[in-house]
Write a protein that binds this ligand. Structure first.
Ligand SMILES: Cc1ncc(COP(=O)(O)O)c(C=O)c1O
Ligand SMILES: N[C@@H](CCCC[NH3+])C(=O)O
Length: 448
């Protein structure tokens, strides 16, 4: 295609890297006509652009390696989204994986992800999940609290070689984000309070099956400010010094969690991954020198910033409702596939997939199909005049949408496709009604 037959999309920073609009106004991603895919696979459909995912992985890896002279690793936080195809892609890009449940671990292992590159999180890991993690040869278990530490010490009493672990601390740092996704404050449910570190060290002294190699903290999600990360490194290094000086433990690795924000709407700016890497590299180098450590291994766990921009949600406009000063466009998805607006007041934007750059004619409410008045995907979306049957495309839909999806109202979850270089592949089929009753048990008494 030459330059006279396509143009860039408005607000390109919200869309996958390969997004263009063809001479007929049609949205094209990964060389594919988005509306055609929506009609072919049905809607709601989640479309992912492979190039955008790979590029985000590479940006993180190269930025970190360029800005810090010690060892670095990027672990994708799979709670943002995980499926088999994505696991393969993350493995191929050389990232590690952060899992937070037996389910995420299962999917990763079934997809062949190297267990050594997996870290397991969670504030309420069950005994079964810990046993699953230990049996799989997972690289690291990130211990969240003293009860988990005690259980793990018991489970590994005769283990050789010992299981590598890290301790997650609550660093007592407040961040500027939605209260539901703040995690670094002193009263967070996550992580050891700083004054519990000594008790953890005491417990570890009699845990021969465990080997403490790292310290972890995670401040929260959708963060844009870099300074809290520098404060976090200071607190982590302070804790590492305390473990060394009081208890003789030598920490080798500092894991600063995830949290890098992404823009969801035109008024928000892209996060500068390189600037964060520079700030982290500088802070960690200084703190290691100041406290007499060699350059410790630096790990970071981005989730949203790897996958959010690569994903676009596609819906069909099913019906409209017109009031004197208000117009609703009812779509065939909503809070079942994207709970974020209802849960966090998250804001999104949308375009019509076949009139992508057309002039704006009205402001409409994009309303979901679920039986909740709060099921409003976008309260005021500026759009060209839209009608029943039009395909609506919502960008920045890759993170914490499908991974938090439900079958509320017994509505099947969407299909997922991956596009790349003009071709498309189905990576997760649409859920069926049969899938939804697959777990139902009918006793002989109950049979009709
Ligand atoms: C421990 C941990 N690491 C990483 C992440 C990923 O965060 P984000 O998707 O904001 O990068 C989370 C989620 O907030 C988390 O809880
Ligand atoms: N689910 C949240 C992010 C939570 C991150 C996990 N600790 C969101 O959609 O923004």
């Amino acid at each position: 295609m030459n330059h006279t037959t396509q143009e860039g999309i408005n607000n390109a920073h919200l869309w996958p890297l390969t997004t263009v609009v063809d001479m007929h106004g049609r949205l094209m991603i990964g060389g594919c006509n988005v509306a055609t895919l929506a009609r072919q696979y049905g809607t709601p459909l989640y479309l992912f652009d492979e190039e955008t995912i790979r590029s985000a992985c590479r940006t993180w890896r190269t930025a970190l390696a360029a800005c810090y002279r010690g060892e670095t690793a990027v672990h994708y936080a799979s709670k943002a989204l995980l499926n088999t195809a994505l696991t393969h892609l993350i493995a191929d890009e050389g990232l590690g994986l952060d899992v937070v449940s037996g389910g995420e671990l299962y999917v990763a292992l079934r997809a062949g992800f190297p267990p050594q590159r997996i870290h397991m999180h969670g504030n309420a890991k069950t005994r079964a999940e810990l046993e699953q993690a230990l049996a799989s040869g997972i690289g690291q278990i990130i211990v969240d609290n003293l009860d988990e530490l005690a259980m793990l010490a018991n489970l590994t009493a005769y283990r050789s070689p010992p299981q590598p672990i890290a301790l997650r601390i609550a660093p007592d740092i407040v961040t500027n984000t939605h209260a539901h996704i703040q995690t670094g404050h002193a009263t967070s449910k996550f992580g050891l309070p700083l004054d519990a570190l000594d008790a953890a060290a005491e417990r570890l002294r009699t845990a021969p099956g465990l080997c403490l190699i790292g310290l972890h903290a995670h401040l929260g999600s959708q963060l844009f400010d870099l300074e809290p990360y520098a404060a976090e490194i200071d607190t982590l290094l302070d804790s590492a010094s305390r473990l060394r000086d009081r208890h003789g433990f030598i920490i080798q690795q500092i894991n600063i969690g995830g949290g890098a924000g992404v823009p969801y709407t035109a008024d928000q700016h892209p996060f500068d991954v390189h600037a964060l890497a520079m700030r982290l590299g500088e802070a960690l180098t200084d703190e290691c020198r100041r406290r007499g450590f060699p350059l410790l291994h630096l790990v970071i766990e981005p989730g949203r910033s790897i996958i959010a921009r690569a994903g676009v949600a596609l819906y069909t406009i099913i019906a409209t409702k017109n009031l004197p000063h208000m117009r609703f466009l009812h779509i065939d998805g909503g809070m079942g596939d994207n709970i974020r607006p209802a849960l966090y007041g998250a804001r999104y934007s949308a375009v019509l997939a076949e009139r992508a750059n057309a002039p704006i004619e009205e402001s409409v409410a994009i309303t979901g199909r679920y039986c909740e008045s709060g099921d409003v995907l976008i309260h005021a979306a500026p759009l060209p005049r839209a009608s029943v049957g039009d395909i609506l495309a919502v960008p920045v839909a890759g993170a914490y949408t499908l991974s938090m999806a439900s079958t509320y109202n017994l509505t099947p979850r969407p299909a997922v496709v991956m596009v790349n270089g003009g071709s498309v592949r189905l990576i997760q089929r649409r859920e069926t009604y049969e899938d939804m009753i697959a777990r139902d048990v009918v006793s002989s008494q109950g049979q009709v």
